[in-house]
Design a protein around this ligand. Sequence first.
Ligand code: TTP
Length: 396
Amino acid sequence: MKAVVLAAGQGTRMRPLSESIPKPMLPVADRPLAAHTVDAAIEAGATEVVLVIGYEAETVRDYFGAEYRGVPISYAVQEEQAGTADAVNAARDHLEGPFAVLNGDNLYDQAAIDRLFDACPAVCAIEVADPSNYGVLSTEPGRDGSVTGIVEKPAEPPTNLANAGAYAFPADAREWLEVPESERGEHEITDVVARVIDEYDVTPVTLERWLDVGRPWELLEANEWKLADLERRVDGDVSEDATLEGPVVVEEGATVESGVVIEGPALIREGAEIGPNAYVRGATLIGADAEVGHAVEVKNSVISEGTSVSHLSYVGDSVLGRHVNFGAGTNVANLRHDDDDIRFTVKGERVSTDRRKFGVVAGDGVKTGINTSLTPGLKLTTGATTMPSETVERDR
Ligand code: TTP
């Protein structure tokens, strides 16, 4: 079966991280987010993967090329982000026979994707306590639990099965991809599913674990998930008196100097330099060519490629983009005194992250002056700077 992976989105809720890199290419452990989706499809037996690309398309193409893990990759360009059905329709010419559709910004448990492919026509769902904010599956006991519909954000959810955006479609569905605009002005794949439900028995496949990575703290959660799967491996240059505890990977070409303590899960990518005397606590990703220097503590964070936190700093529960430079003594607060959940601005609105601990999100190229203090839930846009000794309480 071919698999269509949707990766054309702008990722507006992921800004500033998605400003110069498409969301599906943001780092999750040792590969881009969308590579985890493509891997899941390949593991489940996909014979070809069609990537639907649009926003910053070349970055996706450059990574996957024409063949990835021995499986042919082809590309369909979606010119305008007009909805998920429109995205699959862009891939129409690549399709024959049954096909799967997965979101390139979702993490799925592998066993469920295997079952999805086997159970075609099928839809993946996840059991949630409060489904009212999701597309919710209705199922009919009389049809052996087949899916009878998907309702968007229902006031009275018929089940607690939330649509997890992974589908296995019969060959006919290729002809049903042109659906009218929905109320929110998009051509939505759930309308294609509705047609499939009319014509076929559609099996609900329940996922044990699923993560829709839309906002910066979900990128952190994606890393927490995938870093926890790491097996200890030390290929880099590690000083004899450095201490590595638990699942720590030091890639070839990375350096861990004297006095460093790393508590896994942690991944130190090639070319990164840690220490001397740094403390890295899991779950943390230190990207390629990044630097974590003397007396710096990093905890539960993503430090992207080429970023430097060189002296006397604390970074907790944060995501730093590429080529960020934190001046000496820059400290991140990741907890409120009133213990309330940290809020963050998404598309101009303050929303709860549902996390007691969350630090800052810094876009590519951010530079902080020495002794900058950064408050919890702060967003620093691409290229933003701070003055020495500043306490930054508002996004910039
Ligand atoms: P969304 O998460 O709804 O969109 P997005 O990724 O652009 O993010 P944001 O809402 O923050 O702007 O999309 C779900 C998936 O479908 C995601 O993998 C992107 C993909 N997609 C397309 O490829 N084309 C489209 O037209 C739409 C709407 C989504």
